[in-house]
Design a protein around this ligand. Structure first.
Ligand code: ZN
Length: 382
């Protein structure tokens, strides 16, 4: 068939399609097994359940890491302190963005009261004897803040304002029980997961936000602790305030701070993209990132995580973003981050061996300028 013939054939096919495919000659010709629409509906529910299960698994993983880091880093967080009860709940009505019919199908026993849905093994709630599945009837007598778990998540995390034990009324297998939890002193920078698929994370001076893409990317607790510790450090080193001070008034007001891999040419989209555009060219960005890597590693070490393999995370990030290996933008290049982290590990290990406190080193305060010999003291005109 020549080109004209093909065009004619195509033309007649298209006409046929336009005429509601009366001929059927353009449709696929395989005879496939018939499927039941009921089976498709059932599978739809299974896949929706998997969305919620994944969301809960990632929420629990991030809480396990961030709880431990926030507790171990409390001494570095200045006056940004909260008292954590160390567990997460799940309720029938949880989360505005939650698919409630699927949640009900996944947890048919979920009643009016929330249940204890996750307890990190090293948490104060675990130590007090709270168990997963306990129905929470009443928490404390005031002062306890039920904080909606951050962005795109379901459930509550509970904090209080001081170290007084908090009485919980719970029901376990139908039996009412009283449990007192002594809260843990922690950094008041809660962590949550955002729905973006980009491999990224950020801090805004109040919290730590890990994109779903990063949750999917990390392979170990240590990798997530590295990322979370980095963002925590941005917060407690007050980088957002410093950046706003550096910028032309109003230029970065209200922006999200961090972009882990703000590499030229990578379209991160959404909030990350906007923040990247606004932060590009911002003074001291690379230094702030280096400091967040450095101070974040200290938090990780304080929390008792193995830090030896931490730099390999930057190898994996480099492999994931080849442009970032040697090209620094608002962030140091991944090769530099790898080498800098190795140097920080050496410093931390020396302190661990000598029993010195695990606190990041500070630059010596600049001494007041001294007049050179033979020069008059500053401010005095001869
Ligand atoms: Zn950063």
């Amino acid at each position: 068939m020549d080109a004209g013939g093909i065009a004619m054939k195509l033309g007649s096919c298209l006409t046929a399609v336009a005429m509601v495919a009366a001929l059927g000659g353009c449709a696929p010709q395989s005879q496939r097994p018939a499927i039941e629409s009921e089976a498709v509906k059932a599978e739809e529910l299974e896949q929706k359940k998997l969305v919620i299960k994944t969301m809960l698994d990632q929420r629990d993983l991030l809480y396990r890491i961030s709880y431990r880091l926030a507790k171990a880093g409390a001494d570095l967080c200045g006056d940004q302190i909260t008292w954590s009860l160390g567990f997460l709940t799940l309720g029938r009505e949880d989360g505005a963005e939650t698919d409630h019919p699927t949640l009900a199908a996944l947890f048919p026993d979920l009643g009016n009261n929330p249940i204890v849905s996750y307890i990190p093994p090293d948490s104060v709630a675990a130590a007090a004897g709270l168990r997963k599945g306990d129905e929470v009837i009443l928490v404390g007598e005031g002062g306890v803040e039920p904080n909606r778990y951050l962005a795109a998540n379901i459930g509550l995390r509970l904090t209080t304002t001081d170290n007084n034990p908090v009485k919980l009324k719970i029901r376990r297998n139908g039996t009412p029980l009283d449990i007192a939890v002594t809260p843990a002193r922690s950094c008041n920078y809660p962590a949550g997961i955002t729905s973006e698929s980009v491999v990224n994370a950020f801090a805004d001076g109040r919290g730590v936000y890990i994109a779903k893409g990063m949750m999917d990317f990390v392979r170990t607790d240590e990798e997530l602790a590295l990322v979370t510790g980095h963002e925590l450090a941005h917060n407690f080193r007050k980088h957002r305030d410093a950046k706003q001070g550096n910028a032309v008034a109003g230029q970065v007001a209200g922006t999200i701070l961090d972009i882990l891999v703000a590499v030229a040419g990578v379209n991160t989209g959404g909030a990350f993209g906007k923040a990247g555009a606004q932060l590009a060219g911002n003074a001291n960005s690379v230094e702030f990132e280096g400091e967040a890597d450095y101070a974040g590693l200290y938090v990780m070490a304080r929390a008792g995580y193995a830090i030896d393999d931490a730099p390999t995370f930057w190898r994996r990030m480099g492999a994931n973003n080849p442009n970032a290996i040697s090209h620094a933008t608002t962030h140091p290049a991944t090769a530099e981050r790898f080498v800098a982290l190795n140097a920080a590990i050496k410093e931390i290990k020396t302190k661990q061996q000598s029993g010195a406190p695990l606190v990041p080193n500070e630059k010596p305060k600049e001494a007041a300028p001294q007049p050179l010999p033979g020069e008059p003291p500053l401010g005095v005109t001869p």
